[in-house]
Each structure stands twice: as structure tokens, then as C-alpha cells.
Design a protein around this ligand. Structure first.
Ligand code: COA
Length: 392
């Protein structure tokens, strides 16, 4: 029989441009807080998993370096990379290792120091992660360009306007402004968003997530350990659904959806016995992968929260704020909280655990009725997708 797996400690560091700390110190910021919140001893941790893309920073063996720095030696470690979904992939491995009975407590740390490189280098390295030979080398396509293709297809089919994309940025900056750990803590207006410079038409500066440094830590434990050690209020992982899609965009069916998200969500709903017709009534709060504003609209539709082509209208009506149909990205999302790739998926779980326990700032605290939350994390343009369901 499968064992239940709970989350007993969480934290993320301040996200942003973090030239004030080195790689290990940045990871320690979230690790220390997560350990303190879990009330466990370092010796309880029997494995360390590190999520890090790292092609822009100096540390080639992050799991080894962190093991030494954090005093986690002699237990076993590995580094996980699944592009922007690295964090969720790392959580999935830890979850399976505990579920199988092999481990009781595992620390999962996501860390990225992207600002060790300049914007052109970061944009190139992420661009190479699309489809290197056909799309990057031959056509020079980079990520703002990829998501611009999705945005233009969506706008053409459903009539959404650039203003509608900006509504996602306005909401996420609104909540980011209320999250002291967010990369950007300032609100933006429609005018500011519309007047910001084009990066890849129709996407402007405020349609893009930033290049961020940051770390996030989640401590996972088995139900047996949780019961024995008397940890109060664990948050349970109800299910994780994963899928992947082609590297080459020309092999995708259309640009109106990320198929990997639809499949990952289906698997997660099935495993957790979630009624797909009542999603906005079931989940109290969700975090989705808004690497670009169009991505949040597609995510809400791909997860089945809203009908196809309706997402932008519902977002325009402010139904994804607190008090609306379903609150989305109350952390500020990737757009305003920031997007340090390896830390992102883990920070989504940190945020949702804190939401479910009423531990976030009052102005961005969701009303928790059913005690259920969902995290959606994409790598590439749907190359990888993970959907994780949490419950109190
Ligand atoms: N949103 C809002 N403001 C941003 C921003 C963003 N995404 N990126 C930078 N800024 C702000 C900076 O804080 C800075 O403000 P200041 O002048 O008040 O200090 C200003 O804009 C210029 O910043 P800079 O770092 O010089 O911008 P840049 O031109 O080097 O980079 C982008 C801007 C959009 C090109 C870069 O953020 C980017 O490539 N984002 C996408 C990252 C990505 O693809 N991630 C993976 C997604 S799957």
C-alpha cells in the first residue's frame, strides 16, 4: 500500500537580483527557515535533492556544494533539471522515494542565481531549451518569441487584446506588492503596462517574468514520521500528475493550449479523485505558471478552470482575485514574485502550504474553505508539465 507523504517545513528566500549573497548562502536562507518551521533535527533528513538549471551561474555541482554547506553529508544527494519545472520534478522524485517506503524525511531545495549572467546570455540559454537545432539555431527563436506565438494565436482565435494580457500583470503585481519576498513589490497600471517596451510583439516588458535569483525549500516526510514526531498541521500531497510534449513546436497540434498541462492535470485529478466539473468550487487557491501573461490565461483553460476562449474575459472581470471565482497567483506569480527557474516550482508549494495554514500576509490570504490547493508548473513551452494537489 502507498504511504501518505506530507509537507512539514517550507520557506522561500527573498527573490530578486541577489548579488549580496553567494550560491550557498542564498540556498541557506530558505533552508534555515524551512528547518525551523518543521521543528526537526538535521539528522532526521535522509536524502537531499537539489533543483537547479544553473547554466548561467558558476556552481557546476550544486547538490554536492550544498550538502557540504548545509551539513548534509553521507546521506546521498542528486541534482534535478527539468527547465522551469525542475522544482516540481524534484518534489515528484522525493514524493515517490518516501511513498515507496525507502525514506522518511527528504529536503528538496530549489536554487537559481541567474543574474550571474547578463540578459542576452540568459535569454540565449533559455532559448536553446526550446528546440535547439530547428528553432533556436535556424530561426533564433527565444522564449518571449515562443510565447508571442501562443499569444497571437489566442488573440486571433478568441479576440483577446493586449489590454487583456496586461490584466494578468496588473493582478500579479498587485499581489506581489503585498509579498515582501517578491522580486517586484510595486503595482502597475494598465497604462504603464500598455506603454512598456515591446519584447516580442504583442508581449511587452510587463507581460514577461523577470530574470530572478532565489531559493525555496520544502521538507517532505512520511505519514509514519509525522505521527511519531508529533508534527502539527502537515499539508498532504494528494497527487502529482506529470506529462511532456515535443521539443519541436511544429509538431504541436495548435498554439491555443499546452497539451502537457491538460494531461498532467487529468492525471492529478484522477489520482486525487477530483470532480473536473467543479474545480473552481473545490480549490481554494491555485498557483499557475505565468512565465508570460498569456501563459496564465492558457493555464487556467488547460487546467479546466474556465472554458476555452473564456479565460481572458473571466480574468478581465477580476474573478481570479481574492473573493472571485478562484484566486490565482496570490504570491505575485512568476510575473511579480519572480522566476528563478529551479526554485519556482518549489516556491509554488511553499506559497500554497502557507495559504492553507493562514500564514501569508493578510492582504493576500485566500479564504480557505475546503483546504485544497493546486500548483501548476511548466518547463519550456509545455515540454514538461507538473500539476500537484495539496490538502490540509
Ligand atoms: N517585468 C517588469 N519589470 C522588469 C522586468 C519584468 N519582466 N524585467 C526587468 N524589469 C525592470 C527592471 O527592474 C529595471 O527597472 P529599473 O530601471 O527601475 O531598475 C528595468 O526593467 C530594466 O531591467 P533590465 O534588467 O535591464 O531588463 P532587461 O531588458 O535586461 O530584461 C527582459 C527584460 C524582459 C528581456 C527579461 O526580464 C527576460 O528575458 N524575461 C523573460 C525571462 C524568461 O524567459 N524566463 C523563462 C520563461 S519560460
Amino acid at each position: 500500500m502507498e504511504r501518505k507523504v506530507g509537507i512539514i517545513g517550507v520557506a522561500y528566500s527573498k527573490f530578486g537580483v541577489r548579488n549580496d549573497v553567494n550560491f550557498n548562502e542564498l540556498a541557506y536562507e530558505s533552508f534555515k527557515e524551512a528547518i525551523n518551521s518543521s521543528n526537526i533535527d538535521l539528522k532526521d533528513i535522509s536524502f537531499l535533492i537539489v533543483s537547479n538549471v544553473g547554466v548561467w551561474s558558476s556552481e557546476p555541482l550544486p547538490a554536492v556544494s550544498l550538502g557540504e554547506y548545509l551539513g548534509l553529508i553521507g546521506i546521498g544527494t542528486l541534482r534535478v533539471e527539468a527547465a522551469c519545472a525542475s522544482g516540481s520534478a524534484a518534489i515528484k522524485i522525493a514524493y515517490d522515494m518516501i511513498k515507496s517506503g525507502e525514506h522518511e524525511v527528504i529536503a528538496v531545495i530549489g536554487i537559481e542565481k541567474m543574474n550571474e549572467s547578463t540578459t542576452p546570455i540568459v535569454v540565449e540559454m533559455i532559448g536553446r531549451a526550446g528546440n535547439y537545432f530547428w528553432e533556436f539555431e535556424n530561426f533564433g527563436l527565444t522564449f518571449p518569441g515562443y510565447y508571442a506565438l501562443y499569444a497571437t494565436a489566442y488573440m486571433n482565435k478568441y479576440g483577446a487584446k493586449e489590454e487583456d494580457l496586461c490584466e494578468v500583470a496588473i493582478k500579479n503585481h498587485y499581489y506581489g506588492a503585498r509579498n515582501p519576498k517578491a522580486h517586484f513589490q510595486k503595482e502597475v497600471t494598465l497604462e504603464e503596462c500598455m506603454n512598456s517596451r515591446y519584447v516580442a510583439w504583442p508581449l511587452k516588458l510587463y507581460d514577461c517574468s523577470p530574470i530572478s535569483d532565489g531559493s525555496a525549500t520544502v521538507i517532505l516526510a512520511s505519514e509514519d514520521f509525522i505521527r511519531k514526531s508529533g508534527v502539527k498541521e502537515p499539508i498532504w500531497i494528494r497527487s502529482i500528475g506529470a506529462s511532456n510534449d515535443t521539443s519541436n513546436l511544429s509538431k504541436r497540434e495548435n498554439f491555443l493550449s499546452l497539451k502537457a498541462t491538460v494531461e498532467a492535470a487529468d492525471k492529478a485529478y484522477k489520482k486525487a479523485n477530483i470532480d473536473k466539473d467543479k474545480l473552481t468550487k473545490i480549490f481554494d487557491v491555485i498557483e499557475v505558471h505565468d512565465c508570460f501573461t498569456i501563459a496564465e490565461i492558457l493555464a487556467c483553460e488547460d487546467l479546466g478552470l474556465f472554458k476555452r476562449g473564456e479565460g481572458y474575459k473571466i480574468i478581465r472581470e477580476k474573478q481570479t482575485y481574492i473573493g472571485g471565482m478562484i484566486p490565482v497567483n496570490l504570491s505575485g506569480g512568476l510575473k511579480a514574485k519572480g522566476h528563478p527557474l529551479g526554485a519556482t516550482g518549489i516556491s509554488m508549494l511553499v506559497e500554497l502550504v502557507k495559504q492553507l495554514k493562514y500564514e501569508v500576509e493578510k492582504q493576500r490570504q485566500a479564504d480557505i474553505k475546503n483546504g485544497l490547493a493546486l500548483a501548476h508548473n511548466v518547463g519550456g513551452t509545455g515540454h514538461y508539465a507538473y500539476v500537484t494537489i495539496l490538502s490540509r
